[in-house]
Ligand binder design. Structure first.
Ligand code: PGA
Length: 254
């Protein structure tokens, strides 16, 4: 780990009603209120965003949407825009999660527009990148990641890069219980940092925080966080339980 402040984000995906979210937040806040210098982000579904934001009024926990449209308004049935999210106090937005790329056909050009729009609106983007098992086995991991970074970050400047987060989530590790080893995660995230240095210069690349995601749990977070280039985690399944997610956030105390 480095001087970059760690970030632990919990992506609830399409889980939890408002009632369930309220119960979670009440339990969770008490468990993390005195956690050390770790940035905490909760990513609930759209329907819970405002209530979760209100419950977390003290600002200790940031609140992220799981997706966003790149236009401010328009005839886009089913979509939600940056000004709508901003007004209810959303601070971050997950962009380009592999489930969105796979099931909703999101591409790098869309993501470039979304990333720029979020930054312009003062919402911090968390851009997800990652390769499939086929791509890794064929030796295509680095090319895939480089393409996603060049595509998804096409519209931003070197000054903006450190204002956002990158999440490296190998598709083969998401929801499979098959976490990348700390060595593989570190090696790949170091590659990402190097690619960003090529794209934006070494200073911006040194400052930007890059998270690992894919079957992170209370038992493996400690080893992952010892790696030099891993600045945090994007946690899916293991973030759904307040006590378990709090243990991940308090990884230094384990
Ligand atoms: P997982 O999901 O922790 O359940 O593997 C991670 C993610 O999709 O962000």
């Amino acid at each position: 780990m480095s001087e970059r402040t760690p970030v632990i984000a919990g992506n609830w995906k399409m889980f939890k009603t408002n009632t369930e979210a309220a119960a979670y937040v009440a339990e969770f806040l008490a468990l993390v209120v005195d956690a050390g210098p770790v940035e905490i982000v909760l990513c609930p579904p759209f329907t819970c965003l405002e209530a979760v934001r209100r419950e977390l009024a003290d600002g200790r926990v940031r609140v992220a949407a799981q997706n966003m449209h790149f236009e401010a308004e328009g005839a886009y049935t089913g979509e939600v825009s940056a000004p709508m999210l901003k007004e209810i106090g959303v601070t971050d937005v997950v962009l380009g999660h592999s489930e969105r790329r796979q099931y909703f056909c999101e591409n790098d050009a869309d993501l470039a527009r979304k990333t720029s729009t979020a930054l312009a609106a003062g919402i911090r983007p968390i851009l997800c990148v990652g390769e499939s098992d086929r791509e890794r086995e064929a030796g295509g991991t680095n090319d895939k990641l480089k393409g996603q970074l060049e595509g998804g970050l096409a519209g931003i400047s070197a000054d903006q890069l450190p204002e956002m987060l990158i999440a490296y989530e190998p598709i083969w590790a998401i929801g499979t219980g098959k976490t990348a080893t700390p060595e593989i995660a570190e090696e790949t995230i170091a590659f990402i940092r190097g690619a960003l240095a090529g794209q934006f210069g070494p200073q911006a690349a040194r400052r930007v925080r890059i998270l690992y995601g894919g079957s992170v749990n209370p038992g493996n977070i400690g080893e992952l966080m010892k790696a030099e280039n891993i600045d945090g985690a994007l946690v899916g399944g293991a973030s759904l339980d307040a006590a378990g997610f709090a243990r991940i956030i308090r990884f230094k105390e384990a």
